[in-house]
Design a binder for this molecule. Structure first.
Ligand code: NIG
Ligand code: FE
Length: 418
């Protein structure tokens, strides 16, 4: 008998969500790799084998044996787009929006992103860590084992670096695994009102090189992202920033087509961005481009929901074009304060027209590819990190169907039960 650290057996369903050679694209979205009465063997924090309970029980002798008692085992959720860390809240603005003001109107009068920027600029690194730690702990309890986090509430060099530092400390302190994105081009700060090009120059000449230096100093990789939107950064400005970022060694992401389809998605594909996110008002040509390129399309259904906007990411068209679709929370204080990928699955089923299996692939394997980590996380395949969730149900199809509760019973991160 071969020795392993952990053997979970008698799972009614093991949803492998296969994707070793790439994300689940087009019609392949929703491939479960379902093993009934299944088991998973873990060694050194990694998945060693997945198979039937009888087969694995006869092969492996485990330090720790766990009976899943017919429950469903799935990969840990990956949340590939959040705006953590931030300070404060914008409940007052939510009330204004309930009374009819729009998100972009509030932003144009100095509220919105800028009000969170004021709160973050005043905060210390320790404040940022203290306020965001419980948020990340809740996410982990809801089954998110890896999460993308970003800057973008600093909008000057010191405050942007402060956010990076908080992200790094949170990653060290918690079992949930963070990836880092630098987003100094999230909005034009008040000091640069009416001088967007001058702010773009500052981003390119001062902020991106400093972020690249931080990346080298800590030996981590950084994404660079831009909020490409009417009234924020146009396609030409976005291109300048992302081209400069790529030269400095950043991988690329993009906020595109949230309110107006400007061509940001096309640009993301052209520049080889790892993901293009939001994609609500995406033009047909851009949807076709997603089918041709490697950029993962990330739908954020919590955002139109939170804003009460009628349109969601056109998932069916993206799938038909052969694109790779992922889903994320966009967790932020302005448009979508939701920490739960389970809730996003429910919204994706109802408003993006996904099946539960497609929604599950979108928050696991494809979400892993959306942060460039599809080879290490997002599925229960041998060699991958043992990030797994034992659900409180025998059937994965309860995900997306039951919402507003936590269906995760147990979280395993890197082979360790949390
Ligand atoms: O993804 N669109 C830009 N950024 C966020 C909102 C951030 C905020 O309002 O604080 C989003 O929706
Ligand atoms: Fe966002």
């Amino acid at each position: 008998m071969e020795k392993v650290d952990l053997l979970i057996h008698s799972a009614g369903q093991v949803c492998v969500m296969p994707g070793v050679s790439g994300p689940q694209r087009g019609a392949a979205l929703g491939t479960l790799g379902l093993v009934e009465n299944g088991a998973v063997a873990v060694r050194d924090g990694r998945i060693l084998a997945v198979g039937s309970t009888i087969e694995l029980q006869s092969k492996y002798e485990a330090e720790e044996v766990m009976d899943a008692d017919g429950r469903c085992l799935i990969p840990g959720f990956v949340d590939p787009h959040t705006h953590i860390p931030w300070m404060g809240d914008r409940a007052g603005e939510f009330e204004q929006r309930l009374a009819g003001a729009t998100y972009m109107e509030i932003m144009a009068t100095g509220g919105g992103i800028m009000s969170t920027v004021r709160a973050v600029r005043q905060a210390s690194v320790a404040d940022l860590v203290a306020d965001n730690r419980p948020r990340l702990e809740r996410m982990l309890a809801l089954g998110t084992t890896s999460v993308e986090t970003k800057t973008g509430y600093g909008l000057n060099l010191a405050a942007e670096l402060k956010q990076l530092e908080a992200m790094r400390l949170l990653n060290e302190a918690l079992p949930i695994e963070l990836t880092y994105t630098f987003l100094p081009a999230h909005a034009v700060p008040e000091e640069y009102n009416g001088r967007t090009d001058a702010y773009v120059d500052l981003v390119i000449e001062e902020m991106l090189p400093a972020g690249a230096e931080w990346m080298r100093q800590h030996n981590v990789s950084l994404f660079c992202d831009v909020f490409c939107e009417e009234g924020v950064f146009d396609v030409a400005q976005t291109r300048r920033i992302l081209t400069a970022a790529a030269e400095l060694g950043y991988r690329l992401k993009l906020h595109a087509d949230e309110f107006v389809g400007l061509g940001g998605t096309m640009l993301a594909v052209e520049l080889g961005a790892v993901s293009a996110d939001h994609l609500v008002r995406t033009p047909e040509a851009d949807i076709q481009a997603l089918g041709q390129g490697d950029t993962v399309a990330v739908g954020l259904p919590g955002t139109p929901f939170g804003l009460a906007e009628p349109d969601y990411t056109p998932a069916k068209a993206i799938i038909k074009a052969g694109g790779a679709l992922a889903v994320a929370t966009d967790c932020n204080p302005g448009t979508s304060w939701c920490e739960s990928q389970q809730m996003m699955m429910a919204l994706a089923c109802r408003y993006m027209g996904l099946t539960q299996a497609q929604a599950l692939a979108a928050v696991t394997i494809n979400a892993a590819y959306a942060i460039g980590r599809g080879r290490e996380i997002g599925s229960l395949e041998p060699g991958k990190q043992a990030d797994m969730l034992l659900l409180d149900t025998a059937d994965y199809r309860q995900l997306g169907y039951r919402y507003g509760i936590n269906l995760v019973r147990m979280v395993v991160k890197n082979g360790r039960v949390i």
